[in-house]
Design a protein around this ligand. Sequence first.
Ligand code: SAM
Length: 351
Amino acid sequence: MATVTGSIGVLNRIRMPKTVGFSKSQRKFDCKRSASFAAATIAGTAASVSVEVPELNSTLEKNGKSSEYSDTLFNLACPICYKPFASRGDPQVTLASTIGSGVECYTCKKLYFQNETYLDLTIASGFEEYSETMPATTEIFRNPLVPFLYERGWRQSFILDGFPGPEREFKMAQNYLKPATGGTLVDASCGSGLFSRLFARSGMYSHVVALDFSENMLRQCHEYIKQENIPKENLILVRADISRLPFVSNSIDGVHAGAALHCWPSPSAAVAEISRILRPGGIFVATTYIYDFIAVPVFRALREFYIRATSNHLYISERELEDLCRACGLVGFKCVRNGPFVMISASKPVC
Ligand SMILES: C[S@@+](CC[C@H](N)C(=O)[O-])C[C@H]1O[C@@H](n2cnc3c(N)ncnc32)[C@H](O)[C@@H]1O
């Protein structure tokens, strides 16, 4: 989707998507830090806007550079209080995020850091003393070797379990993601961005958020984006925990999660979060591994043992997946299977 850019000097680029085709829930901007914030709502036509954000300008000048990615904050929210970084009251939002500084939650007063690669919206962002280890299925992807290997054979090996291969998988996902066309798509647990890059390149979404917990996966994603010259205007890289998604409730048009559900520490907490952030009519599409022998009690017991030992929810049945979506308030469950591979979709009901 087209975006228009207003600029002040060399730095303060504020991108304003056309009203038509942007996220269906329009965000607004909190003027506290921007006495002279000016914005235009553009009805159907592209236009350039100039904005003055004095405080941010000085931060930008101090730091000397801004992120190359979209600096729009649109539907992003503080993962502690879920209040938007940009609040209701003004026309379409935006706030330049800057390397070395970050964004501050007006309510919690917490500063979330941004480096040249991603915006860190984990609760742990800024912890100095306290540290927390995630389950192994999350931690393993933080190891630098895994992102390096991931698209150099690791991901391709999923074909052995019935995954159709990235190109076909992308087309299947896009088909399910039609309700998100023109809106904001979150590629949750994007890894090295295999699908985020394809989504961004497709031009089908006003914004693509490549989101993962692993810093190294996001760095690898950034490398591929550079190598492949993927347009960055509608792309943002965010570090976040799937169980604490940094988005405003009812604001996201689509969430895609490729081969990740079985890696999440709590699939129910994750799907509940996905359900929270989806707008009514918004769509969730995911791929994972499915094993129906779980219906047999002995295997179910063994599975419980396996999950407790590994935190890996690899062995999940179709009925369980449907139940998971329904329990989290999603409807219209669909699935396509090929051996252990499954692609599911479900949407947030329109009230
Ligand atoms: C197998 S990779 C999938 C990558 C990509 N989506 C794909 O289709 O190939 C699983 C991803 O889930 C991410 N992940 C694991 N736990 C997570 C969590 N708690 N929050 C967010 N992402 C998580 C990992 O960092 C990893 O990148």
